[in-house]
Design a protein around this ligand. Structure first.
Ligand code: ADP
Ligand code: MG
Length: 700
């Protein structure tokens, strides 16, 4: 393939084009091309606008051109919403005419099957050959709110104006992007640049993410992800965003089994395992949310409110209603949040306003000595915002006579306190006067407690991400190397153990045998007692089929076990004789290559109850020793490992070391690794190490 010519224009110019051609422009706003030109004009596009339509001399009062070739250049961007059948011809014409980039709204390409995918591939090839970039296809275009260039047919642009602000957005769903901008509009959220990347045939999510990190108008970045085209770029970009002080908030489609299926058929890329994606986001300090609406509201809070001083602080809940403060407080734990614990200075301030019996959180200002007063409210909120254990204040407002005036007090208090204050107007229309006061002060508001709590949880995650130490890349333990010849397909237990042993993970001493005599000789060499297992690649759970014999104390026991194993209902390749290992706890260590995301390792409560307990932690490989320790500490079983209720502490350091070594094996195997389990490894007392007694792997 000949090298592609240099790009005609950078992404920054695609987002802020000096000239835009609208292919299929129309006076009829019922048509795609009609809406695109309508919104460009309506939202004040300031560059050169070139309607392309072979049947009209003028559109919207602008001279129209019969084809892109006839339009006076240079054309930075052409927007196309032509039927699929005409797409290739139009793309080729744009490439020939020297257009910088095409925004392709046309759908039913790679998203619709092989035929569409072939057209899409040809469109990309034609564009690349000319150095022309593509956004989409199957996208809804770009809202460049900062510069007033609305390059889109989205109905979200029906509003009078979209408020300019700091929220940047990249979305793999155009309709969702428009909807989120419209939802944000209801809350006065401000946007910088929103890019719908569609099928990511050329420009992809990570390209736009990179642009937004550099973009001065963007202070916080929101992503709607279905599948990453080049996953290796993603985590490093998240780290770059963090270094730039720009929080990244992300919703990933496909958390549920059903959702994952839909996402796979929805776009041309793989959904990837959600747990793996979540681990990757947490590692890089990004905020992963379930609900796209909460993502926009949280982004707005990060854009317009002060950020939390640090992670792990409590919340103060304050309002003039016992009902709203108590129910909001009841919901805190569901969001992983807690009330703050007031310090002495805060308590002293509260005592000035209310009887000692009411000096606690949540605070019901109805308990003030002379009823709720503005001075008292301001003094108490001010004290909360100075308290060492209170990161933010949530005000769940109910209907009351002075609610608009009370709402108006809050923005200056929050600004002065330098911490987030989340105002919830729980009432419907009667609350509009209060909302209006906050709008006027350019201050966010929420409509119900769950909204504010979801935002608060995201703020907490942002603080956690910001607070994560930026560590040097993991250092490779010495002496690790893949064997020259790797086995393939389903590996036996012995083959899987040999592979991990090459990376320094302790495994049982063992030997393969066929005859009973061989088995006895092997057992004598290893030393009694021994374990014996039937070897079959087809079997996943050996013990379910009676293929595991433990604690064989002498030669007779080995002979009897040999006979019993051979009587099993599956053909065996032989028997595996191994040392009986001892340990006080069983862990599972696993590794897999997540298609589209890279190598991951997991650790969990192991043994035969893994699937039942589901106590596992996942992280991208390779790991640092401190990452491995942190994973172990996040397990539900951690207190038991660490020595709960007077039990001796176990060798969690050895488990962490084994996990690190496994992570390097996963990283080195890369795509060749389908999956690998060591279930269980037995953990001995601290200082005595751990040992893998079972292994299973599939290599591609
Ligand atoms: P399965 O294929 O059923 O997972 P395993 O080899 O893991 O078979 O054996 C089942 C259980 O037997 C393990 O979870 C562990 O508790 C115990 N076990 C297996 N091998 C040994 C061994 N060499 N020493 C001590 N216990 C063992
Ligand atoms: Mg096992």
């Amino acid at each position: 393939m000949p090298p592609s010519p240099p790009d005609r224009i950078p992404l920054a110019r695609i987002v802020s084009p000096r000239s835009v051609a609208v292919i299929g422009a129309s006076d009829d706003v019922g048509k795609f091309g009609g809406r695109v030109i309508h919104y460009l004009i309506k939202h004040g596009y300031g560059g050169r606008l070139l309607p392309i339509n072979p049947n009209r001399p003028a559109i919207r009062g602008l001279p129209a051109f019969p084809g892109i070739a006839a339009a006076p250049g240079p054309v930075d961007v052409a927007i196309l919403a032509v039927p699929v059948g005409l797409l290739l011809r139009e793309i080729e014409a744009c490439a020939e005419a020297g257009v910088g980039a095409c925004i392709v709204i046309t759908g039913k390409l790679a998203d619709a099957g092989a035929e569409g995918a072939a057209i899409e591939a040809r469109a990309v090839a034609a564009a690349r050959a000319a150095g022309m970039r593509l956004v989409g296809p199957n996208c809804l275009g770009i809202f460049n709110v900062t510069d007033g260039a609305m390059l889109s047919s989205s109905l979200a642009l029906e509003v009078e104006t979209v408020r300019a602000g700091g929220i940047g957005m990249v979305s793999q769903s155009g309709a969702l992007m428009g909807t989120l901008v419209s939802l944000g509009h209801r809350h006065d959220a401000g946007f910088s640049r929103c890019v719908s990347v569609g099928n990511q045939a050329d420009l992809e999510l990570c390209d736009v993410l990179e642009f937004l990190i550099e973009d001065a108008a963007t202070s916080v970045i929101t992503l709607y992800v279905e599948g990453l085209k080049d996953p290796a770029r993603f985590a490093p970009l998240l780290l770059r965003a963090r270094a730039a002080g720009k929080p990244v908030l992300c919703v990933k489609a496909g958390r549920s089994e059903a959702g994952a299926q839909a996402a796979r058929s929805h776009t041309a890329s793989l959904a990837g395992s959600h747990a793996a994606f979540a681990a990757l986001c947490r590692d890089a300090g990004a905020v992963l949310l379930d609900d796209p609406a909460a993502m926009v509201l949280a982004a707005d809070a990060l854009d317009r409110l002060p950020r939390l001083p640090r992670a792990g602080m409590g919340v103060a809940v304050v309002a003039s209603s016992g009902g709203s403060t108590v129910t909001t407080t009841d919901m805190l734990a569901d969001y992983g949040l807690r009330l703050g614990e007031m310090g002495a200075a805060t308590r002293a301030e509260l005592r000035r306003w209310m009887p000692e019996s009411h000096v606690h959180l949540p605070l019901d200002t109805g308990s003030f000595n002379d009823g709720t007063s503005e001075d008292g409210l301001a003094a108490c909120i001010g004290a909360f915002l100075r308290d060492d254990d209170i990161g933010s204040v949530i005000v769940p407002m109910t209907t009351q006579p002075a609610m608009a005036a009370r709402a108006a007090m809050l923005p200056p208090l929050a600004r002065e306190g330098g911490r987030p204050l989340l105002y919830v107007m729980m009432a419907g229309e009667v609350g509009d006067a209060a909302r209006a006061r906050l709008r006027a002060a350019e201050f966010p508001f929420y409509d119900h407690a769950a909204q504010a709590l979801a935002v608060q949880r995201a703020l907490e995650q942002e603080a956690q991400g910001r607070g994560r130490a930026v560590l040097p890349p993991p250092a490779r333990p010495p002496g690790l190397a893949l064997p020259a010849a790797l086995p393939q397909g389903a590996l036996t237990e012995a083959e899987a153990k040999r592979l991990v042993a090459a990376f320094g993970i302790p495994v049982t001493r063992e030997a393969l045998a066929t005859t009973a005599g061989d088995a006895v000789a092997a057992a004598e060499a290893i030393g009694f007692p021994v374990a014996m297992k039937g070897v079959s690649r087809a079997v996943v759970h050996k013990s379910d089929l009676g293929l595991v014999k433990l604690n064989l104390a002498d030669a007779d026991a080995v002979r009897a076990a040999h006979a019993a194993l051979l009587a099993a209902p599956v053909p065996l390749e032989g028997v595996l004789v191994q040392e009986m290992a001892r340990g006080a706890a069983e862990l599972i260590l696993g590794a897999r290559h997540e298609p589209g995301l890279g190598p991951f390792v997991l650790v969990g409560s192991g043994g035969i109850w893994v699937e039942v307990l589901r106590d596992v932690q996942l992280a991208p490989a390779p790991l640092r020793p401190e990452d491995a320790r942190a994973m172990l500490r996040r397990l539900a079983i951690w207190p038991v490992l660490a020595g709960a209720r007077g039990r001796p502490a176990l060798d969690t350091e050895a488990a962490a070391e084994a996990l690190v070594r496994l992570s390097w094996l996963a990283a080195d195997l890369g795509e060749r690794l389908v999956e690998l389990d060591l279930n269980p490894i037995l953990l001995r007392a601290a200082g005595e190490g751990c040992i893998a007694v079972d292994g299973r792997a599939t290599l591609a």
